[in-house]
Design a protein around this ligand. Structure first.
Ligand code: AMP
Ligand code: MG
Length: 343
């Protein structure tokens, strides 16, 4: 029996192993056709790798949840190439215009009132939709070639550390998906900042990222509240992706305000320590690692998930991580570390 391309795209949850594509014009055209026919493609973005499908196609988007084992109540972010596409899927307002001008294309997701063209499966039935215009050149080309908005959560099994290279995607989803576009290591390595701007006068930060609340406040001219479960009862229903435990390695992880030479000396040698910056006492210790040589926050964010994955593959019994300075994008690193460490 012959299997058509369409069948192949629909049946990718079988145990086919994923093919990794370089971003040649021919490969991009092929992957765009796969998306148009309802298939899934893992794509590079400047934040983390995403698992993309046509956001208008409910069946295709259901496959995303299936491949990731993601609960159906955790809504997806929709990626658009331009503001025309945004206008088709969401209701815009003054805050969107300002934020798009300042930060798009880039690592900022806006939660907006949704248009009905977006199926319920994408938004988990919410009346809002999360939208982002990504900056990665290969994903932008794929968005243009397909002519579609692409729903794409992180390309990893639900709850595990997000992927920042094509190899990470293959490690986690290689037997659940068929197509991975390799765009190199992600520039930021942390998921996008999410801000709810349904009411442009009362913006709420739902997830910290490299674009900070202060930056958003400066552009909007009104303070951006930091969403918390206690103060905002809508949040659990709004964003299960903001759950306490997420982004977690398999090894137990503990966070520390500061890691010192004395702490490492007291602990067992089969525990690994992740310092924020290279400590002057590290010497040749095999179990001491760092996110950045000089304490650069952007470099630290870029390395966080790949280092957690690397250590998860080693035979450490426990991981320890030092929190970043608690300001600016350091808050995004600390958010991911705390949730990775949550019980
Ligand atoms: P991921 O792409 O895996 O990092 O997850 C996307 C996250 O975006 C979800 O887990 C939610 O936290 C958030 N999100 C998506 N859609 C909405 C929405 N309509 N309202 C609030 N948050 C959303
Ligand atoms: Mg995710």
């Amino acid at each position: 029996m012959t299997v058509t391309v369409k069948d192949a795209a629909r049946r990718q949850t079988l145990t086919l192993s994923a093919q990794v594509y370089r971003g040649t014009p021919e490969n991009l055209r092929r992957l765009a056709r796969i998306l148009q026919r309802g298939g899934l493609v893992a794509v590079p973005t400047e934040t983390v790798y995403g698992l993309a499908a046509n956001a208008f196609d409910a069946a295709a988007c259901r496959q995303i949840f299936h491949a990731k084992r993601r609960p159906a109540n955790d809504p997806l972010i929709v990626h658009v190439a331009d503001l025309r596409m945004l206008a088709r899927i969401a209701e815009s307002n003054d805050a969107v215009t300002r934020l798009a001008h300042a930060f798009w294309p880039g690592p900022l997701t806006l939660v907006l009132p949704r248009n009905r063209v977006i199926p319920d499966v994408v938004t988990a039935g919410l009346s809002s939709v999360a939208v982002r215009m990504p900056a990665h050149p290969l994903l932008r080309r794929l968005l243009r070639l397909s002519g579609l908005p692409l729903a794409a959560p992180s390309a990893n099994p639900f709850g595990y550390v997000s992927p920042t290279t094509a190899a990470h995607v293959r490690d986690g989803l290689g037997s659940a998906i068929s197509h991975i576009l390799d765009g190199g290591p992600c520039r930021h390595g942390l998921e996008s900042t999410i801000v709810d701007v349904r009411d442009p006068r009362r913006p709420v930060l739902l997830r910290p990222g490299v674009i900070t609340a202060e930056q958003l406040t400066r552009v909007l001219g009104v303070p951006v509240r930091v969403g918390s479960r206690r103060r905002n009862p809508a949040i659990p229903a709004l964003a299960p992706g903001l759950m306490a435990r997420h982004y977690s390695p398999l090894r137990p992880l503990r966070t520390h305000r500061r890691i010192t030479a004395a702490m490492v000396a007291r602990a067992r040698t089969n525990e690994a320590w992740i310092c924020f910056r290279q400590p002057d006492w590290a010497g040749a210790a095999r179990n001491v690692f760092w996110l950045s040589t000089r304490g650069n926050v952007a470099a630290a964010g870029r390395r966080l998930f790949s280092l957690l994955r690397q250590l998860d593959h080693g035979d450490w019994t426990r991981l320890h991580a030092e929190l970043a300075p608690a300001n600016g994008p350091g808050l995004a690193i600390n958010d991911r570390l705390r949730r990775a460490a949550a019980k």
